[in-house]
Design a protein around this ligand. Structure first.
Ligand SMILES: C[S@@+](CC[C@H](N)C(=O)[O-])C[C@H]1O[C@@H](n2cnc3c(N)ncnc32)[C@H](O)[C@@H]1O
Length: 269
């Protein structure tokens, strides 16, 4: 067994991450980034480093799962989006502008597009646009293609698959044009302080800030606050939180699902 195989086996045993479910090229790219950061010359050196530096295990876990996503990730959040957030926003205006920030391979914006398409089919006067962004151009291009393996489709029911995807000859599934038309994919660095757009009604930024320090997270919350309309919604990942310095910018609307609404600063008279 070569050093790469030994390292993979060690990762599978200690982190319980099935390396074999990923493409080898993906695992190698992620390992190389950690090897550079730890000055490890090769896979063998990195394995030795990993065995003697416990904190590196968590950093490696984050590196390996950085692009991980799925359709309707955390079902309850999407239930709340469908039953609470979107109906509330559509009460205020007929056209919504949504930002899926850190969208990875696109499952998040496509999930939102499925919900929106079904609402819009029932109410013809409603419309929406989703701006989906990521810093990683490889995943963003994949998201744009909208092609998903059968494994990626497990959270979708037969009706959703049939309604929103075409089956390709090789067994993969491609998002139908009516979903793609709702989404515009663009690169954006969430650390740049420049929002992809303004006057947004909803921003979802979920499971993105694991590498951000406290200041970067606070700056991001301020950027989102400035990009939202009054009463616009901001949805975070379930394990993410608003820092003390910025929690006054938003009001919790659904604490369990990390759904917030923009709060305007108090007016001074
Ligand atoms: C774990 S995925 C989350 C995908 C999706 N939001 C979800 O919850 O399933 C995190 C994504 O954030 C992106 N990301 C990390 N840092 C970023 C940054 N500074 N600007 C934009 N995207 C970033 C990564 O490229 C990755 O695709």
């Amino acid at each position: 067994m070569d050093d790469f195989e030994t390292l993979k086996r060690y990762i599978e045993q200690t982190l319980k991450i099935q390396c074999s479910s990923y493409k080898e090229d993906y695992i190698k790219r992620r390992l190389l980034s950690r090897m550079r950061s730890t000055n490890s010359a090769d896979y063998g050196a990195y394995l030795r480093y990993l065995k003697t530096n416990t904190p590196e295990l968590e950093l490696l876990r984050n590196a390996l799962t950085i692009n991980v996503t799925e359709f309707f990730r955390d079902t309850e959040v999407y239930d709340a989006i469908k039953k609470e957030v979107l109906p509330d926003l559509f009460k205020q205006r007929k056209r919504l502008r949504i930002w899926s920030a850190g969208c990875s391979t696109g499952e998040e914006p496509y999930s939102l597009a499925m919900i929106l398409h079904e609402m819009m089919a029932l109410h013809k006067d409603l419309s929406a646009q989703i701006l989906a962004t990521d810093i990683d151009l490889v995943v963003l291009n994949k998201a744009k293609e909208g092609i998903f393996s059968p494994k990626a489709m497990v959270k979708l029911n037969e009706t959703q698959i049939h309604r929103h995807f075409d089956k390709l000859p090789n067994g993969d599934f491609q998002a139908k044009p009516h979903l793609k038309e709702l989404i515009k994919f663009t690169p954006n660095d969430l650390m740049s302080g420049v929002p992809v757009s303004r006057y947004l009604d909803l921003i979802t930024c979920r499971n993105v800030t694991i590498y951000f320090n406290e200041k970067q997270k606070d700056d991001l919350a301020r950027t989102f606050h400035s990009a939202l309309v009054a009463d616009g919604y901001y949805i975070m990942g379930k394990t993410e939180y608003l820092g003390r310095a910025v929690d006054g910018l938003f009001v919790a609307k659904n604490t369990a699902q990390k759904i917030f609404v923009k709060k305007e600063p108090a007016k001074t008279v």
